[in-house]
Ligand binder design. Structure first.
Ligand code: PEP
Ligand code: MN
Length: 685
């Protein structure tokens, strides 16, 4: 005990040293930015180098016995900060600003802790002095504050990934003369906040902005006896609850807003939809110029004549110039009902002659065209610091698997969408799941049979990630042969699975067993599994066919290859073109293994379909010792991957323990697969 102050002092010294190093790093980043602003041929970003840098950091962390994932996470933030710092230096150079301008004032709608305020702090985070944020009651007042030069900038929400465009902001952008000079994305995590940790049943009134109340309607419906009270801003509703002083009141707002007023989180993530993000725009009196190496977006306001083909002619000018359109939104013209104006976002910098020429063309075909602003793209996943770092040393050289056999003509009649095309028999359909592509290298999906609890799942996910598995599996609905066996955690398990996937950067796949669950499961999972017992559940096939999530379709244990392909055709013909097939063993007279692994089906399927084919040796064999050898056999047979069950403690597993790989066996299997893949000239995904 008596040592604690000394130990803490040691930690303080180390933290101070870390800060000194960050300051030193930032000074070097400034030098890099200065070099790049003089030498225009230098690349601003090199994602490959960023990936290599993070991979090296991860491997070094492992060597030192640190948690590589956490260390890589920290370094991703360091890299991100460096990118932002360089971009802002280049922007100052491009606009002839030598020194960082003195104290800035930034207008936003709402009170401190509102999402606009949080997004604004992130946007201006690389300034040495934080701007003064001034909250206004309405968006219009925030805009007018900039017009009157009371504030230099305003930050306004433009669109929400769940609720869509925010009308008032669009209208203001149309009428004011301000320019958009930046954008920011902020993840919205609505929390229920109260004065003290009381049971939810005691809450009588919930205050928040109407948008937030609407986005949390399902949670609020479950709060029996509590009424919803609209308030002009989420953060201000927190202040209101504080002021009222009763534990029976609660607010819906960000956790940060709660912290500012000393409220506690009663429940986190209460929105109907997960992954709720808002895109904000930052506006200023004058447009900014940006270095051509900073990927920009340009926003336009466009009005066309009320004639056929008018909009198409405008868009054709963009397409002709190879300009990528990222958004097209139509809004009614305030003064003339049933006539529309269009808000258009395109990739590119207005200073780029190609975009300038394209805009000229658009203008010639439009009745009205105004550039609302040109600004660096932040809402763009392809610009994120890479997540898929490589913690394993020797990656095998990429080489395609040899091409297949002739296409049987009858398959094109029976299942035209699943069948290989006669005109292009070599074509294979890659199926992208998160950042993993089935059909481009051998993919290993691994994880427990069932999601049991947080400790089990997170440990399994760590083992999968460290061993080089690329997708995490885990069932939350378990279709068990006996009604008395563990049936899975259901919906609450989805949240665990999703969090484990995010923590270890693994996309997740889970089985869905009922058509009515598809939408909910698709919200959490990156890939939907249709299990063997459901391969001919046609209602389920149609339902997953209407989802935009890729599907892992397992062969029924009493189904032929032909029936598997027809089941795939159900999914494809319902609209979903991303299907991966899985051979998982069939019932035969042989009883010495759980099922009989039909490895020959891999080659038969490859001859008939362009879809990727993987193998599940766990359910086919049913015995741990046979899993790894048959996974190697699947690789040799030309499969595009395997799905295997791994459990941190198989002897305690609630489901399929006898076939689960231990962490050690999984690591050994992965090493063997990598060596084999290298020898075969197959790339590991
Ligand atoms: C599973 O993968 O969890 C599963 C139940 O497999 P199958 O549907 O192939 O039996
Ligand atoms: Mn299982």
């Amino acid at each position: 005990m008596s040592d604690l102050p000394n130990v803490r002092a040691a930690l303080d010294r180390i933290d101070a040293a870390l800060l000194d190093l960050l300051a030193e790093r930032s000074a070097v980043v400034d030098e890099v930015a200065a070099l790049k602003s003089r030498e225009h041929a230098l690349l601003l970003r090199d994602l490959e180098r960023e990936r290599d840098l993070l991979s090296k950091v991860g491997r070094e962390a492992q060597r030192r016995g640190l948690n590589a994932f956490h260390v890589v996470k920290i370094f991703r933030d360091v890299v991100e900060a460096s990118v932002r710092q360089q971009e802002s230096r280049l922007t100052r150079a491009a606009n002839g600003i030598d020194e960082e301008p003195a104290l800035l004032r930034v207008a936003f709608q709402g009170a401190e802790g509102a999402y606009s305020h949080l997004a604004g702090r992130k946007f201006f985070a690389d300034r040495s002095e934080e701007p003064i944020f001034v909250g206004y009651r309405s968006f219009r007042q925030a805009v007018e504050a900039v017009e009157r030069e009371e504030c230099e900038f305003a930050i306004l929400p433009l669109e929400n990934s769940v609720a869509g465009g925010i009308n008032e902001t669009y209208a203001l952008l149309g009428t004011s003369k301000l320019s958009i000079v930046g954008e920011e994305v902020w993840p919205v995590e609505h929390c229920l906040l109260g004065l003290a940790k009381v049971p939810l049943a005691r809450i009588r009134r919930v205050y928040s902005h109407p948008q937030a109340l609407m986005q949390c309607s399902e949670f609020l419906d479950g709060l029996a006896g509590a009424s919803s009270e609209s308030f002009f801003d989420t953060a201000a509703s927190v202040a209101k609850v504080k002021e009222l002083g009763s534990e029976e009141n609660a607010a819906i707002a960000s956790e940060e807003a709660g912290e500012r007023h000393g409220l506690v989180v009663l429940r986190r993530s209460i929105a109907n939809q997960r992954n709720n993000q808002t895109r904000f725009v930052v506006v200023h009196k004058r447009p900014f110029r940006f270095d051509p190496r900073i990927p920009c977006r340009t926003s336009l306001l466009l009005v066309t004549d009320h004639r056929e083909g008018a909009l198409e002619r405008c868009l054709a000018e963009l397409a002709k110039a190879g300009v990528n359109l990222t958004k097209l939104e139509s809004r009614s013209m305030p003064a003339t009902p049933w006539e529309y104006q269009f808000y258009v976002d395109v990739e590119g910098n207005v200073d780029d002659p190609r975009l300038a020429a394209a805009l000229e063309g658009v203008g010639r075909n439009a009745r009205y065209l105004r550039v609302l602003g040109c600004y660096p793209r932040k809402a763009d996943p392809s610009r994120e610091v890479p997540k898929d770092v490589d913690l394993l040393p020797d990656a095998a050289p990429p080489e395609p698997w040899p091409a297949g056999t002739p296409v049987p003509a009858e398959s094109r009649v029976a299942y035209p969408l699943a069948a290989r095309r006669a005109t292009d028999p070599g074509a294979r359909t890659p199926v992208k799941v998160g950042d993993v592509v089935f059909g481009e290298g051998f993919v290993v999906i691994a994880g427990p049979c069932a999601v049991e609890n947080e400790a089990q799942l997170f440990e399994a996910a760590r083992v999968v990630r460290e061993g080089g598995g690329r997708v995490l599996r885990g069932g939350v609905f378990k279709p068990r042969t006996s009604p008395y066996s563990f049936q899975g955690l259901g919906i609450p398990g989805l949240d665990l699975l999703c969090r484990a996937g995010l923590e270890y950067h693994l996309p997740v796949v889970t089985e869905v067993v009922a058509p009515e669950d598809v939408e909910k499961v698709a919200e959490f999972a990156d890939m939907l599994q249709v299990g063997a017992r459901n391969m001919q559940n046609f209602a389920l096939l149609k339902a997953v066919g209407q989802s935009s999530r890729p599907v892992l379709l397992k062969r029924g244990m009493m189904s032929s290859v032909e029936e598997l392909l027809l089941a795939a055709e159900y999914v494809l013909s319902a609209g979903n073109r991303a299907v991966v097939l899985c051979e998982r063993g069939i019932r035969t007279f042989e009883t010495s293994t759980r099922n009989t692994l039909d490895l020959g089906a891999v080659q038969v399927l490859k001859a008939r379909t362009h879809l990727p084919v993987i193998v599940d040796p766990s359910h086919a064999m049913g015995v741990t010792a046979f899993v790894a050898p048959m996974a190697r056999a699947a690789l040799a047979a030309g499969a595009d991957g395997v799905i295997v069950e791994v459990h941190p403690h198989p002897e305690e597993a609630l489901c399929d323990g006898p076939q689960a790989l231990t962490p050690e066996l999984f690591a050994t299997m992965m090493g063997d697969l990598r060596r084999m893949a290298q020898a075969l000239g197959v790339k590991m995904a």
